[in-house]
Ligand binder design. Structure first.
Ligand SMILES: Cc1cc2nc3c(=O)[nH]c(=O)nc-3n(C[C@H](O)[C@H](O)[C@H](O)COP(=O)(O)OP(=O)(O)OC[C@H]3O[C@@H](n4cnc5c(N)ncnc54)[C@H](O)[C@@H]3O)c2cc1C
Length: 362
């Protein structure tokens, strides 16, 4: 079972260990050479651009590692959609999800009790590690939305809650991709496919059917019980902050924990945890603990639980710096841009139209 180091040195070691060629060959297998970098990219400790630069500096030929670069680009693609569409990504983006039976989620997913061994094992591990392989995320989303016929939003929130790499753009929009609200197809996988990529040999499950059975699929008994999981964020209570007067404030948050950011200036460094943001996008205790541990990489970081306005009213900082993010529209101060791999910006209705433009810059 994999646990995630939080020291910046160890994170950089992990970046250095990426094998983008093996990645391209094996990434779909649950024991493939995936990077496990997403918790650090999602929390803004490192960027997709930094990972790409590092891999290219080590001598990789972009033409031979295209799959790897493409996967990194998916992250930037989803973020660009969040920037452009804002809260619209919280609803079916292009057209309604087909064949919805309920707006809850299968209890068997929450309870790791679908009867599909590879999935149940992955969910049990997930509660401990906060990580799921991409293919397993796709299977879970397909089982919830396309076999259990739950609308995507509740199960997406459940997954986001437990992920250490929770990134609402990648999350909501990947769930929508599987559920068929951003394209004209849904994603389905049968037991043979799961057996192949999860190295199992199971037979006789509700997924042990040929693909054409999914054209007219009734909700299997195993997925009939549904529920809405209780998702509540426990934020730390924070004492009054001892800030240095007259120094600017660098504001960190759930999506920006970059220890290299504006290190050239002397500043108060404050991690802002806004209850309203976490009410809308709840995360687990594990996720908050992980965030706080990542904070140890930022010298002198102080934590403030409260809204941006509460913070400003209480401390009246001379100047505030923050990084651009769709959840920061209400911040006031100097906005720094984020690092992107390519200069391609804005909404592209399909990843491949976005990628075609990005590729020209490689
Ligand atoms: C239903 C569903 C929900 C998801 N929710 C999230 C989420 O909340 N947060 C999140 O970070 N990713 C999410 N993903 C995308 C993807 O599964 C993870 O980024 C990836 O599995 C993370 O593991 P890794 O770092 O080992 O990835 P690797 O396979 O090693 O990929 C390297 C990096 O490329 C990027 N990447 C790879 N695949 C994708 C992808 N499909 N979409 C976007 N970026 C990608 C990530 O930054 C990742 O760290 C979701 C995918 C699905 C299907």
């Amino acid at each position: 079972m994999r646990l995630f180091d939080t020291s910046y040195g160890k994170i950089l070691e992990r970046v250095d260990q990426v094998n983008p060629v093996a990645y391209g060959r094996t990434r779909n297998f649950i024991d493939g050479a995936v990077t496990y970098l997403s918790p650090y990219i999602s929390r803004g400790v490192i960027s997709t651009k930094m990972v790409l630069k590092h891999v290219l500096n080590k001598g990789s030929d972009p033409g031979k590692i295209e799959k790897f670069i493409q996967e990194l680009a998916w992250r930037d693609y989803w973020q660009q959609i969040w920037i452009e569409k804002g809260n619209e990504i919280n609803r079916d983006l292009k057209h309604p999800q087909p064949d919805v039976d309920n707006t809850e989620m299968p209890a068997a997913i929450v309870e790791a009790n679908t009867g599909v061994e590879a999935i149940d094992r992955a969910i049990r591990d997930f509660y401990e590690t906060g990580y799921l392989h991409n293919h397993v995320r796709m299977y879970i989303a397909a089982i919830s939305c396309n076999m259990g016929k739950s609308h995507w939003k509740v199960p997406a929130q459940w997954m986001y809650y437990h992920l250490l790499d929770g990134d609402w753009a990648s999350n909501a929009l990947s769930w929508q991709w599987v559920a068929g609200t951003t394209r004209s197809r849904t994603y389905v996988a049968n037991q043979d496919n799961i057996n192949k990529y999860c190295r199992t040999t199971q037979k006789g499950t509700f997924l042990d059917v040929p693909y054409d059975a999914f054209d007219d699929f009734s909700i299997p008994e195993e997925l009939r019980d549904t529920m809405v999981p209780k998702l509540k964020t426990e934020l730390p209570e924070t004492p009054a902050l001892d800030l240095e007067p007259n120094l600017p404030v660098c504001l960190y948050n759930f999506y920006n924990m970059d220890p290299t950011w504006r290190q050239e200036i002397k500043a108060n460094r404050v991690l802002l945890l806004e209850p309203e943001v976490f009410d809308q996008y709840p995360v687990s205790r594990n996720s908050i603990d992980f965030l706080l541990k990542l904070g140890q990489n930022i010298a002198g970081l102080k934590v403030f639980t409260g809204s941006f306005d509460d913070f400003v009213n209480e401390y009246q900082p001379a100047e505030i710096y923050f990084k651009e993010h769709p959840l920061n529209h209400h911040y006031r101060g100097t906005e720094d841009s984020r690092d992107w791999m390519f200069s391609v910006k804005g909404y592209y209705p399909s990843f491949f139209s976005f990628w075609k433009k990005c590729k020209k810059e490689l």
